[in-house]
Design a protein around this ligand. Structure first.
Ligand SMILES: O=C[C@H](O)[C@H](O)COP(=O)(O)O
Ligand SMILES: C=C(OP(=O)(O)O)C(=O)O
Ligand SMILES: [Mn+2]
Length: 405
């Protein structure tokens, strides 16, 4: 894991104080610190990407989810790329998001809040610092190019400015889609790369996106990412894998939602199909017993990744569905609200995840395996999943009002 002590100049002084001395996991080793400072200053002089009022509006809508009166659907690419930042790709992903949201809305009779993994999902945490070719692991287009040469993998701070421009263009597509469909759409990403996120903190908001989340690998309670999240007023997500303890879940809730404000904190369970039934209930119970009105969300992707015999990273549709099924069963048993889903998908016709109605097989993965990081459900698999989740919801309706454990 890459760890850099944080010495962030040029950011909001209160935020700089709360970051002082904290460690930030999963940051690149920029070769030229002076250039990083210049880029941070340039980002700090640019307008915010989203408006505080729109961020507050999302909090309001998530408050409805927290109180059992709505669902949340987050989805999009694992890693957005600069080359993929085309209106066609963005629209295909947003169409998939909205189509899945509609299916869930009809089945649950609850409004569904759509949040894209979009307009900022350019930075990736990695399990290992070096990839299978012995090169520095790809950490997202905001850091370097994915091309398999040592030169391409050299972190280039200039890319943070490209990311800003791409996010701005992607947000235009998000806003145009919102206008066309008369649906409120929001943008979210993992607030991972601090040199990008911190200069976009303005007036107590992280204005790089509406919804910002902390990943499984950067959720150290004393680390810089949690400190950043505490400082900003956005709705915050936090991923919890099977290693998370009830005491930790409670500590995150106390740290990130001290005022017990519905809509502020979303806890994203990513346990894996085999672990969700035993690992999730104690966390839900601990947080509920302390009166934190969190949104619970199911990420059935990140606990169900495996490599094929030839080393291709993939996920099987049936495991993804099994985790969703187990997740709903946990909340049914506890009387808590299941909140919704966090998915990695694209509307494009890729071949990255196995199974689904068309039963994609291992030997087909190489046909259109286009992801820059994790395998995504393609458009058909996403709708298949949404239809099956809709069936679960029709079979066992959600109560649809305030719920507690
Ligand atoms: O998207 C999530 C993580 O960045 C990803 O799962 C890490 O993948 P890795 O295990 O190949 O590094
Ligand atoms: C990095 C991600 O997930 P996690 O932090 O849950 O591994 C992700 O959502 O792409
Ligand atoms: Mn991923």
């Amino acid at each position: 894991m890459t760890e850099t002590p944080t010495t962030y100049g040029g950011v909001d002084p209160a935020l700089a104080r709360s970051l002082a001395g904290r460690t930030a996991a999963q940051q690149p080793h920029w070769p030229d610190e002076r250039r990083v400072r210049e880029v941070r200053a340039a980002l700090g002089a640019l307008p915010p990407l989203v408006a505080p009022a729109a961020v507050d509006r999302l909090t309001e809508r998530l408050a409805e989810v927290a109180q059992g009166r709505a669902l949340l659907l987050q989805g999009g690419d694992c890693a957005e790329t600069f080359a993929g930042n085309t209106p066609e790709h963005l629209r295909a992903n947003l169409r998939t998001l909205l189509h899945c949201a509609t299916l869930l809305e009809v089945a649950s009779a609850l409004p569904v809040v759509p949040v894209g993994r979009i307009a900022g999902q350019y930075a990736k945490p990695r399990s290992r610092p070096v990839d299978s070719d012995g090169l520095p692991a790809y950490r997202g287009d905001i850091v370097h190019s994915a091309a398999a040469t040592p030169e391409a993998r050299r972190p280039d701070p200039q890319r943070m400015l490209t990311a800003y421009a791409d996010a701005e263009a992607a947000l235009d597509v998000v806003r145009a889609t919102t206008a066309e469909t008369h649906t409120e759409l929001f943008a979210g990403h993992e607030a991972l790369l601090l040199d990008y996120e911190l200069p976009l903190v303005r007036d107590g908001y992280g204005l790089s996106g509406h919804f910002l989340w902390i990943g499984e690998r950067t959720r150290d309670l004393d680390g810089a990412h949690v400190a950043l999240a505490r400082h900003i007023a956005n709705p915050i997500g936090l991923k919890l894998g099977p290693g998370a303890t009830p005491a930790q879940a409670l500590a995150y809730a106390e740290a990130l939602d001290p005022d017990r404000r519905p809509g502020r904190l979303t806890l994203i369970s990513r346990m894996g199909a085999d672990r969700v039934s035993d690992a999730l209930p104690p966390l839900v119970e601990a947080v509920a017993a302390a009166g934190h009105p969190v949104v619970w969300l199911c990420d059935p992707m990140h606990g169900n990744t495996h490599a094929t015999a030839s080393g291709v990273k993939t996920r099987h549709f049936d495991r993804i569905l099994a985790e969703v099924d187990g997740y709903f069963a946990v909340h049914r048993a506890l009387g808590s609200h299941p909140g919704g889903l966090h998915l990695e998908f694209t509307g494009d016709d890729v071949t990255e995840c196995l199974g689904g109605r068309e039963d994609l097989r291992e030997d087909q993965l190489s046909q259109r395996y286009l992801t820059a990081c994790d395998p995504r459900l393609n458009g058909r698999q996403s709708l298949d999943l949404a239809r099956l989740v809709a069936e679960i919801l029709l079979r066992r309706p959600i109560r649809g009002d305030a719920v507690r454990v």
